[in-house]
Design a protein around this ligand. Structure first.
Ligand SMILES: [Mg+2]
Length: 260
């Protein structure tokens, strides 16, 4: 991590009483697991986040596409705001829970789609179907690219046939497809956390590695905050700073935890 990032952040941090930190999990706090259902809590990360939680200046939120259940298992510690399924389901530091809508509004559609997607994956290699409860995702990170394209296109076709309506959003990338309620959106969730659960003068800082985070950057920038785009690829970003990967993220968090 370059010293200039730390120097610039340090100046901003000194001027405020509170910092609202938003941290993505996969690709930001930790390297990607081989499959999304592999839950390996990392003691070093847990102790780093615990130090942040103990630093009164920081209000720390972990915001992820993973389910809240997964986040709880990955980060079995108190004091964090855990925002699962892109913030649709949140657990507050005191343990209380808030969901942006009812499970019953979402689940019937997922139940219809699930067997259709399972049938598409029959005999396929390199795919992973993830039922997050609130959303359904198909990962194709380890499939041949032409297989990924063909199968994901078919899976997208199954969604289109269900005519899910305006309440649902689809994310379709080369190796990933997901259907979620529109409430499962990091930008919306960041706006909610800032307006309802963050002191007005707190400085928001967000670290994230993908397009969902990039959307959330809009809300952070509007609120006068600081964004850090994580990853080695020189992709376009609205973030003011870049970090190369989870290692640099942790180095920076370590410095934050040691400052006041
Ligand atoms: Mg990520």
């Amino acid at each position: 991590m370059s010293d200039s990032i730390w120097r610039s952040l340090k100046q901003q941090i000194r001027r405020v009483e509170k910092i609202r930190l938003f941290l993505d999990y996969d690709g930001t706090l930790a390297d990607f697991a081989p499959a999304p259902d592999i839950i390996l809590p990392d003691p070093a990360l847990i102790s780093l986040l615990s130090r942040l939680v103990e630093t009164e200046k920081y209000l720390t939120a972990v915001i992820s596409g993973r389910s809240l259940l997964h986040l709880r298992e990955l980060l079995p510690m108190k004091g964090l705001l855990l925002a699962g399924t892109y913030g649709l389901e949140m657990q507050f530091p005191d343990g209380s829970l808030v969901t942006a809508l009812d499970y019953g509004q979402v689940r019937p559609l997922m139940e219809k789609l699930l067997p259709k997607w399972q049938a598409l994956l029959d005999g396929q290699v390199g795919f992973f179907l993830e039922d997050k409860g609130w959303s359904l995702a198909m990962h194709a990170r380890f499939a041949a690219i032409e297989d990924a394209r063909r199968v994901l296109d078919s899976a997208r076709g199954e969604i289109d046939q269900l005519s899910a309506g305006e309440g649902f959003a689809v994310e379709h990338r080369a190796r990933f497809l997901e259907i979620t309620p529109v409430e499962a959106n990091k930008r919306r969730s960041v706006e909610t956390i800032l307006s309802r659960y963050t002191p007005a003068k707190a400085l928001p800082i967000y670290m994230g590695d993908d397009l969902n985070d990039e959307e959330a950057f809009d809300a952070i920038l509007t609120a006068g905050g600081v964004c850090l785009r994580v990853g080695k690829e020189p992709v376009p970003t609205r973030a003011q700073h870049r970090l190369s990967g989870p290692r640099e993220v942790r180095q920076l968090l370590n410095k934050l935890a040691g400052s006041d």
